[in-house]
Design a protein around this ligand. Structure first.
Ligand code: CU
Ligand code: ZN
Length: 187
């Protein structure tokens, strides 16, 4: 009986200790907190679309979380464009899709795609869209695949994920420059 209960205590202790030990190690081994970036979307002329897109460095890529309102119901092309310049009334100043690897346009899961191709966001009947996905191509670091300093664009129409060079997704209804955000572990 004594042996059994001390074994049970030992096992319970292990169960509670292990996660603490593992997370303690990974925090100690990491030079800096995970990188995080944010784009605050503002409407282009004649539209009423706003939203926030955050990009968070995770183990196997970058997690993209988008919350957007003011859309027409249905799918809307959603990309990172080349320049962090939303100044033109139609956001044409943001340039084309960010494509540092010189690939054709495609969907977020395509083998070949522009680095900025994030597919579509889909708005409900109220015009609100939420998207969370894990991107395996983009970077938030200081390298040529980094989307920091570029712009997120939301379009009027769906991205068909195949028409070149931009998926036939029509006008730009919102634009936001991607900037560095405070990392969660820094707060
Ligand atoms: Cu676009
Ligand atoms: Zn593209």
């Amino acid at each position: 009986m004594y042996v059994q209960s001390s074994l049970a205590t030992y096992l319970i202790a292990l169960t509670f200790l292990s996660p603490a030990v593992i997370s303690g190690q990974s925090t100690a081994n990491r030079a800096s907190p995970p990188l995080k970036a944010i784009a605050v979307l503002r409407s282009t002329a004649g539209n009423n679309v706003t939203g926030t897109v955050t990009f968070t460095e995770v183990e196997d890529g970058v997690r993209v979380d988008a919350v957007i309102t003011g859309l027409t119901p249905g799918k809307h092309g959603f990309h990172v464009h080349e320049f962090g310049d939303c100044s033109a009334p139609d956001a044409g100043s943001a340039g084309g899709h960010f494509n540092p690897t010189n690939k054709p346009h495609g969907g977020a899961d395509a083998i070949e795609r522009h680095l900025g191709d994030m597919g579509n966001v889909e708005a409900d009947a109220s015009g609100a869209a939420k998207l969370t996905y894990l991107d395996h191509r983009m970077s938030l670091a200081n390298d040529k695949l980094s989307i920091v300093g570029r712009a997120v664009i939301v379009h009027a129409k769906p991205d068909d994920l195949k028409t070149q060079p931009s998926g036939d997704s029509g006008d730009r209804v919102a634009c936001g420059v991607v900037g560095r955000a405070k990392s969660e572990e820094n707060q």
